[in-house]
Design a protein around this ligand. Structure first.
Ligand SMILES: *[C@@H]1O[C@H](CO)[C@@H](O)[C@H](O)[C@H]1NC(C)=O
Ligand SMILES: *[C@@H]1O[C@H](CO)[C@@H](O)[C@H](O)[C@H]1NC(C)=O
Ligand SMILES: *[C@@H]1O[C@H](CO)[C@@H](O)[C@H](O)[C@H]1NC(C)=O
Ligand SMILES: *[C@@H]1O[C@H](CO)[C@@H](O)[C@H](O)[C@H]1NC(C)=O
Length: 491
């Protein structure tokens, strides 16, 4: 290829000279050394991926790390073989639906960035624009993209509940009997507060009730003196019910009396078979804040490389030696008033080459790290540069049809092994995070394997570091010290 270009655009004499020079270099032993260097560089800047490994197995192979630590819960993908949810397969969203929902969630995060808190919405089914910062009707964090689940215990006696965990929201909720409005089908038995000796309603007059506004974005309501919460999602899913407190059991040794949560009486939408949501955001009612005395506002997780393996969600400081490898980046000051976790992205490298993007492009957009968004969303010029560099490094491969919002797809159906460029995010504090090879591509099938990144519409829309790119990383949220740490090989 290179020779062709040279010979067509340069005089023949040049080619002869170039060959002669090469020969004399070879005589001196340079050429083979050069080739070795090139090969070494190639390995250094690319991942080797067995094409067969791109498709998830139908058998669960649990991780041997993580869950053995104290304060640690097993994390699995909602729809994979490690999930014990017995789901109606026809209700599992398609890949196209997941990507559509993902965009709604991204838009919601972007919308929320500049409104201090999502406050002001009066809790009514179809609320009119009376509040100070109403969310457009079709906007809201989408629930269905929250694909990672954990199992916790609630009440006395303890009932097991499978919840999606979400760093992008605060209030934990589960469906509750008697389902005064309605409940969707869930796999676990629906929690019944009247069968638990430790459940208490929060009253409307309690100061806790009025604080719901910042945790849910909706003003609480009141029903026979019991405080009523409501959370709405972008796909018009919602949960509405009594604000209560209850005994929460994370592990046998990690039990919290008086955990504040939503006991959902009217829950509608496409939640799948899960029992509700575990909120890990920055607001006062998130699990992180409610357990601050025990865990010191630190939690970490590792999202598994495929839906047929497992990861962990761990509360408190990890005690294993791996914690030495963790590099911390400070929270971004731009998000200090937000419920989201923001970081300052300074640059991106693809196959060892830094994308030529002025730092102001990154700082204008800002970046949020989120466990519930599937893709990584970048400012338009950054995405274009990433895509160009990626396509350049992948020019050996046949491109496939674009897939939904993913425009850089490859047909690997006739390949056994492929080499994909390494992608490294540089965050402030000198923290370089290399995306694992399981986090670069999104696989629809072997003829549609796509770069799992997309571009935002506007240059000032927040970038989002999504959950695909976080796979296998140990991600440590040290909220007390306002920093997030990363290390490879967390699962
Ligand atoms: C909580 O409040 C609701 C509404 O007032 C009521 O129906 C329910 O019985 C209360 N539950 C408990 C355990 O007090
Ligand atoms: C492209 O393909 C050729 C021939 O199969 C191979 O030698 C070369 O290493 C490949 N380049 C990359 C970047 O994968
Ligand atoms: C991949 O999916 C597309 C769209 O459903 C389909 O047209 C194509 O045949 C599939 N390819 C393989 C290898 O299954
Ligand atoms: C973001 O940019 C768009 C145009 O690209 C502009 O309409 C909008 O007002 C900007 N928003 C903020 C919050 O700066």
């Amino acid at each position: 290829m290179a020779i062709n270009t040279i010979s067509s655009s340069f005089p023949r004499l040049f080619l002869v000279c170039a060959l002669a020079c090469l020969c004399s270099l070879k005589a001196l032993g340079f050429a083979s050394e050069g080739r070795e260097t090139i090969e070494k560089n190639l390995l250094h800047h690319t991942h080797t991926v067995q094409v067969s490994s791109l498709l998830p197995s139908t058998i669960c192979t649990p991780s041997t790390k993580g869950p053995h630590r104290k304060g640690s819960l097993k994390v699995v993908h909602k729809n994979g073989p490690c999930s014990q949810l017995n789901q109606d397969k026809t209700k599992i969203p398609t890949d196209v639906e997941i990507l559509e929902q993902d965009q709604l969630r991204a838009e919601f995060i972007q919308y929320s960035r500049h409104s201090k808190r999502l406050g002001g919405k009066v809790l009514r089914r179809k609320s009119e624009s009376k509040g100070s910062a109403n969310i457009p009707a079709n906007l809201g964090r989408s629930f269905r993209t929250n694909n990672y689940i954990v199992t916790v215990g609630l009440g006395t006696p303890k009932r097991s509940l499978t919840l999606a965990f979400d760093t992008g929201s605060d209030l934990t909720w589960t469906q509750c009997q008697p389902c005064a409005g309605s409940c969707y089908d869930q796999d676990d038995v629906i929690f019944n507060p009247s069968h638990s000796s430790t459940y208490t309603n929060i009253t409307c007059s309690s100061p806790l009730c009025s604080q719901l506004l910042s945790a849910t974005g909706n003003r609480p309501a009141c029903s026979s003196s019991t405080c009523v919460y409501g959370v709405l999602y972008g796909d018009r899913s919602f949960s509405l019910g009594f604000f209560g407190k209850e005994k929460l059991t994370l592990t046998d040794k990690d039990v919290f009396q008086n955990f504040l949560f939503g006991c959902g009486q009217d829950n509608e939408g496409l939640f799948g078979a899960i029992a509700g949501l575990l909120g890990l955001g920055r607001d006062k009612f998130s699990l992180v804040e409610q357990t601050a005395n025990r865990y010191g506002r630190i939690f970490s997780y590792c999202l598994p490389s495929t839906s047929s393996s497992t990861g962990h969600l761990t509360f408190g400081e990890g005690s294993d030696k791996a914690s030495k490898a963790i590099k911390f980046s400070p929270f971004s000051k731009s998000y200090s008033k937000s419920s989201f976790y923001g970081l300052d992205l300074l640059g991106i490298r693809v196959a060892g080459n830094k994308l030529a993007i002025p730092p102001s492009v990154f700082s204008t957009a800002g970046l949020v790290i989120d466990s519930g968004t599937t893709l990584t969303y970048l400012p338009p010029t950054v995405y274009n540069a990433l895509r160009t560099a990626f396509r350049q490094a992948m020019k050996n491969y046949t491109m496939g049809e674009p897939f939904s919002i993913l425009d850089t797809c490859y047909d690997f159906s006739s390949r056994k092994t492929v080499y994909i460029p390494r992608i490294v995010f540089s965050f402030s504090g000198g923290v370089d995070v290399e995306v694992d090879k399981s986090g670069v591509l999104l696989v629809r099938n072997l003829s549609q394997v796509c770069l799992a990144f997309t571009g935002n519409k506007n240059a000032n829309d927040t970038a989002i570091f999504g959950n695909t790119q976080q796979k296998t990383l140990e991600v440590v949220y040290d909220v007390g010290r306002s920093r997030i740490g990363f290390a490879p090989g967390g699962c």
